[in-house]
Design a protein around this ligand. Sequence first.
Ligand code: FAD
Length: 281
Amino acid sequence: MIAAADLTVQRPRTLKQALQLLRDASAENQPLTPMAGGTDLFVTLNMGQRPSARYLDLWAIEKLRGVEATGKRGLVFGALATYTDCIESKAVHKRLPILVDAARQVGGVQIQNRGTLAGNIENGSPAADGVPVLMAADATVVLRSIDGERRVPLAAYYHGYRKTERRADELIVAVEVEVPDGTQRFDKVGTRAAQAISKVVMAAVGHRLAFGSVAPTVVRARALEAYVEAGGRDVAEAQRLALEDARPIDDVRSTAEYRRRVVANLVAAWLGGLDKPPRTR
Ligand SMILES: Cc1cc2nc3c(=O)[nH]c(=O)nc-3n(C[C@H](O)[C@H](O)[C@H](O)COP(=O)(O)OP(=O)(O)OC[C@H]3O[C@@H](n4cnc5c(N)ncnc54)[C@H](O)[C@@H]3O)c2cc1C
């Protein structure tokens, strides 16, 4: 456990101040760790796994809050958009209802009130529940430093286990989605309905499919997507292709064999519903 007295926390009120603090800290080679809801960071601190003693608390930056609908299919999630914000947003219900399904299954209400989508992304856990939904919806991560902004497709955001595209002087300021057409589906398989980390999670938007807990990062099932896009509907072939991208391992939560079976079952269920009309609320 790390003693709280050993930590320093800076709490800027504007994005500009936050970005300047990050830049100064990087220049001095003493990077600051951004903190949003703190629901992942506090767990790691409590376990003594996070050596960083310097934090940048983003919670007071009002500009980063909320969810906005843009155009006919767009959604922009501020970096402080929480699961509760998603659950309460009419636009999310209408445009990306599987994000509401996923948000309702994250932790309990307290975690939903504090936990953010940006934190879920940057934490880089392969078992994250929000990430597969956003990845299947072709989301883009908006990164900003004091010098400017860049946009990175979420599907290209991870370089390995908990390794992300973000530089130490950048913040995720938003996540943008132009929701693709098609049937949506979200399945979380865990030991119980609430407060459980996924053994396998699958999210689908049209022909796009993403899996969590089956590889070092959340992954898109590219081989299967290409097969289905070309009109393929054979279940056994679809399952074989899904397992080209989903390569689970044994760990404390499950076995590789169980996860492979779950992936195969979810793919069969998804394929069965693929050509049915999209769900609306
Ligand atoms: C009891 C419990 C249950 C949970 N259940 C689930 C669950 O069912 N499903 C699930 O997916 N997760 C679950 N989690 C994990 C966690 O709640 C989520 O991952 C949440 O989305 C993290 O968001 P946060 O804002 O709290 O992130 P934080 O803890 O504040 O940060 C997480 C990481 O993201 C970085 N970060 C945060 N915001 C930014 C930003 N704007 N720019 C750059 N970096 C940033 C931080 O530096 C840190 O590395 C659970 C956690 C707990 C404690």
